[in-house]
Write a protein that binds this ligand. Structure first.
Ligand code: HAM
Length: 424
């Protein structure tokens, strides 16, 4: 009996796994510079947490949640996103009282039962940040700047940050009616989905890609023209702070986002290297969520990147072709024993090392060494043991030399640049 993975679910192996881990490391490093600390929340939460946060009429809640009743008869769901869990944890751990302002990052799998296609999975991974307990426009700018630095540090160029202002919850509510009034007379010209959206979630019409809907969407009223002075002032300060930080963005007055919790600043980052699913990351402010989960009114802002999508964007090789690790090749039982001792000592020092225990011919071991991508090969045979030496081959330059066995581990350790030690 052979099993297959489910549609929309992936195994992450080989080079993909290495790049995945490298991106996660880069993100952690950048987030720490911006003062975020890690908060890991469970993959399974009460279903109502997501319904409440994301909105009952959103696609995620209506069609895409992996929800079920567990053995204790609790309605639960696999998390479709990370923000709702972070807000729950912020309140449940009393961080609102003990810290007020809190800055968290998270990384992990999310689940949405969408129709799978390139860049759209049912289990995907997000890495994100959330700043809770502030209404400052500088926090919006800090969040977007952090995302820009992360993408640039990873080597991505040519991404576009699209920004919009959705105003307060009340203003958005009012604009919903403006949009309904505008689209109603054109109802017959809209696609079937948009006709349904007209009564259920009119904002989603603005995202519709169907050709017959586009002309009406392109002439639709703009939310920015229906906002209060205060909301516009907030947004102007976000833009000014981004200008000061040197972050390039474009204004996209019809971006509304697919989740209901957003207020004021929203953004999406797209890249031309991706196909139809071109959003690398997205986020925004959600000034009502903390209150709607029972906390005192407080603002919050954050973003999440889709890791699989990030890895679809070609970047200049971020690591050397051969990683700084060692492969130990041995000939004969005595050499195998000595080689194993060296292997263990290297690993104790967090220096990545491997060895072929099947101990086949020199040629086949050298082939394994090459395949492993190791930068250095240590060769140990009876001759070398008798002389108290070993051979060190640099696989990048192809050169080799004989070195004395004395202090072999220290000599090998010195070959690895210290920031890379333990990284393989
Ligand atoms: P989102 O726009 O739903 O926002 O997702 C953020 C990112 O996750 C997307 O831009 C995309 O890169 C990735 N993503 C979403 N769905 C899929 C999928 N089916 N397959 C692959 N990648 C996907 C949120 O989730 C919000 N929680 C972001 C946020 C944080 N807002 C405030 N704080």
């Amino acid at each position: 009996m052979r099993f297959q993975r489910l549609r929309g679910f992936q195994d992450i192996a080989g080079d993909e796994a290495r790049r995945f881990a490298a991106f996660t490391r880069t993100a952690r490093r950048v987030f720490r510079c911006f003062g975020f600390e890690e908060l890991e929340t469970p993959v399974v939460e009460e279903k109502a947490l997501f319904t409440r946060a994301l909105g009952t009429e959103t696609d995620v809640v209506q069609k895409e949640m992996y929800a079920f009743t567990d053995r204790s008869k609790t309605e639960v769901a696999l998390r479709p996103e990370g923000t709702a869990g972070i807000v729950r944890a912020y309140l449940e751990n009393n961080f609102d009282k003990t810290r007020g302002l809190a800055k968290f990052f998270y990384a992990g799998p999310m689940f949405r039962s969408e129709r799978p296609q390139a860049g759209r999975l049912r289990q995907f991974h997000q890495i994100g940040v959330e700043i809770l307990g502030t209404e400052s426009p500088l926090s919006d700018a800090e969040t977007i700047h952090c995302l820009d630095v992360l993408l640039k540090t990873w080597g991505i160029e040519g991404h576009e940050i699209k920004l919009n202002n959705l105003g307060t919850f009340e203003e958005r509510g009012h604009f919903r009616e403006v949009l309904k009034k505008y689209f109603k007379p054109h109802e017959k010209a809209l696609c079937e989905d948009c006709r349904e959206r007209l009564s259920k979630n009119v904002f989603r019409i603005l995202d519709c890609k169907v050709a017959s809907c586009r002309p009406w969407i392109e002439k639709s009223p703009l939310i920015g023209e229906h906002l209060s002075e205060k909301s516009r002032e907030h947004f102007a300060r976000v833009c000014a702070a981004l200008d000061a930080a040197g972050v390039r963005y474009t204004l996209a007055p019809r971006i509304v986002r697919g989740l209901d919790y957003y207020t004021k600043t929203v953004f999406e980052v797209t890249h031309a290297a991706l196909g139809a699913q071109d959003a690398l990351a997205a986020g925004g402010r959600y000034d009502h969520l903390i209150e709607s989960f029972g906390g005192a009114p407080a603002g919050a802002v954050g973003f999440a990147v889709g890791v699989e999508r990030i890895l679809m964007v070609p970047v200049a090789e971020e690591r050397p072709a051969r990683h700084f690790s060692f492969f130990i090749v041995t000939l004969g039982a005595a050499a195998a024993e000595k080689g194993f001792k060296l292997l263990s000592e290297l690993r104790e020092r967090h220096l990545p090392a491997s060895m072929d225990f099947e101990a086949k011919s020199l040629k086949s071991q050298m082939r394994s060494a090459d395949k492993s991508g190791s930068r250095y090969v240590v060769i140990l045979g009876d001759d070398e043991i008798a002389k108290g030496m070993f051979v060190l081959k640099d696989m990048e330059s192809g050169t080799q030399k004989e070195l004395s066995w004395q202090d072999a581990v220290e000599k090998l350790e010195d070959l690895v640049p210290s920031p890379l030690r333990g990284e393989g």
